[in-house]
Write a protein that binds this ligand. Structure first.
Ligand code: F0G
Length: 456
């Protein structure tokens, strides 16, 4: 096995504050066992999200100094627009402060009561923005995508036959077809070029716009290059252009595959729709040449887009996850397979079968990881999805713990340290206890709920 090195050297460092197990026990208790309530200075390795947490390059920091902060007509917008259009050939590029702002603008135009919006799997904020308009969000991912052990190479694929039936069933009530690449909610799983084209063809057959949620487009393109027949000799840029060919729009969070700490955009071809979107943008984000961003942010994104398609980076990016996944499997810690582009997901329900889903095995494992190692991960399971709008509580489809890997931020010894501590947990896993919620808000409880450990 050849070692794949981090394809960068480190010029600026951000010290990590070391904490002891005893300190972290107190911190956990004070936080009501909710990892979102812990201050980042109390975290050793933060794997809560890969969003906006990456390290910028020397060229990005240099580009920031070129930021032109004019209200209208900034050249930074022109550089941003050119960098976006170089990869994604859309007519109208509308900057927003992050991905969810692009979603909110899109669905303020396309959503509304009685409408239905299909995707492979909507990310939480996309679903939230669809539902906030009174519309309904539907997930039509292939069956293989729902099975954590299935090794299908493109588990993010849309079930195109179901999509076709769905569009007949809801004829006249569907404003667009969406597709998320990679499929974050399904484990960071990619969508094949063939499936992107098939989804687009079905949308066209029904006369509907096809819109891609493109947050992790470069990771998706890398998986296409690795796994899809005939794609091995092609450049990532060419694959990305093919992925977006014939699409009618995209929503994007620049906090992922644009190497920025903030930013996003909505891209559209239809001029009438774009006009409506810009009107909304001025009300909620800002003037169309800066959206919700500073000129310097637009510069960082433009440079980030030039760097994200680098194959040495993408090879390393996916190798990190594969390495963590392989070592977890070697210690019999069950994971979602194959590992995704931006994260490794531990199957906490399978790992801790003695903890019932309604006692939150994912939360219990995430808290134990923080206690023994100072690593902050994120429960994606019954805490996040278990409470229904009618007040009832049900186990989520899966109880996972997501280890989301920030871009270019940690090194292999950070991963090794975390894996050693997980090995300690695995040896004593029968001692982990379930949890109970002592307080929760009416919605989105995972951000603020308070927990306690159950007695032995
Ligand atoms: N779409 C997908 C697939 C996402 O993963 C996210 C964010 C968004 C849209 C929204 O973008 O955060 O810029 O508003 N995902 C982050 C995560 C928060 O941790 O997975 P945003």
């Amino acid at each position: 096995m050849n070692t794949i090195i981090e394809p960068f050297r480190i010029k600026t460092v951000e010290p990590i504050r070391m904490t002891s197990v005893a300190e972290r026990e107190n911190i956990l208790c004070d936080a009501g066992y909710n990892l979102f309530s812990i201050a980042s200075r109390d975290v050793l390795i933060d794997l809560l999200t890969d969003s906006g947490t990456g390290a910028m390059s020397t060229k990005q920091w240099a580009a920031i100094m070129q930021g032109d902060e004019s209200y209208a007509g900034s050249p930074s917008f022109k550089r941003f627009e050119a960098a976006v259009q170089n990869l994604f050939p859309f007519t109208h590029i509308i900057p927003t402060h992050q991905g969810r702002a692009a979603e909110a603008i899109l669905f303020s135009i396309m959503g509304g009561a009685g409408r239905h919006i299909p995707s492979n799997t909507h990310f939480d904020t996309t679903r939230g923005n669809v539902e906030a308009t009174g519309a309904e969000a539907h997930d039509l991912v292939i069956e293989e995508g729902k099975d954590p052990q299935n090794q299908h190479p493109f588990k993010g694929n849309m079930d195109v036959n179901r999509l076709d039936e769905f569009l007949l069933e809801y004829k006249g009530k569907v404003p667009c077809v969406m597709l998320t690449v990679t499929n974050n909610a399904g484990g960071g799983q990619p969508v094949s070029l063939e499936n992107i084209r098939a989804t687009r063809a079905i949308a066209k057959k029904h006369g509907l716009p096809f819109i891609i949620d493109a947050c992790r487009f470069a990771e998706n393109a890398w998986f296409i290059k690795l796994r899809e027949p005939g794609q091995q000799d092609r450049s990532i840029t060419d694959i990305v252009r093919d992925m977006f060919e014939g699409a009618d729009g995209m929503t994007m969070s620049a906090k992922k595959d644009a190497f920025a700490n903030i930013g996003g955009w909505l891209a559209l071809n239809d001029s009438e729709l774009a006009e409506k979107a810009r009107t909304r943008l001025i009300l909620t984000e800002g003037f169309p040449t800066y959206g919700g961003l500073a000129g310097r942010d637009l510069e960082a994104i433009a440079q980030g887009l030039a760097e994200i398609v680098d194959e040495d980076y993408l090879r390393y990016r996916v190798a990190v996850n594969e390495y963590i996944g392989r070592r977890l499997e070697d210690m019999d810690v069950p994971i979602v397979k194959p590992v995704g582009g931006h994260a490794v997901f531990i199957d906490a329900r399978a790992f801790l079968p003695h903890i019932e889903p309604l006692h939150y095995p994912g939360q219990s494992l995430a808290c134990e990881m923080y206690r023994v190692s100072g690593v902050r991960a994120c429960e994606i399971g019954t805490v996040m999805f278990g409470r229904k709008p009618d007040g009832s509580e049900h186990p989520a489809a899966m109880d996972l713990v997501r280890l989301a890997i920030p871009r270019r931020t940690y090194t292999q010894s950070h991963a090794d340290y975390m894996l050693e501590r997980i090995a300690d947990i695995a040896r004593n896993k029968d001692k982990l206890r379930g949890m109970r919620i002592t307080w929760e808000p009416p919605a989105m409880r995972h951000f603020t709920a308070k927990f306690e450990m159950m007695a032995d």
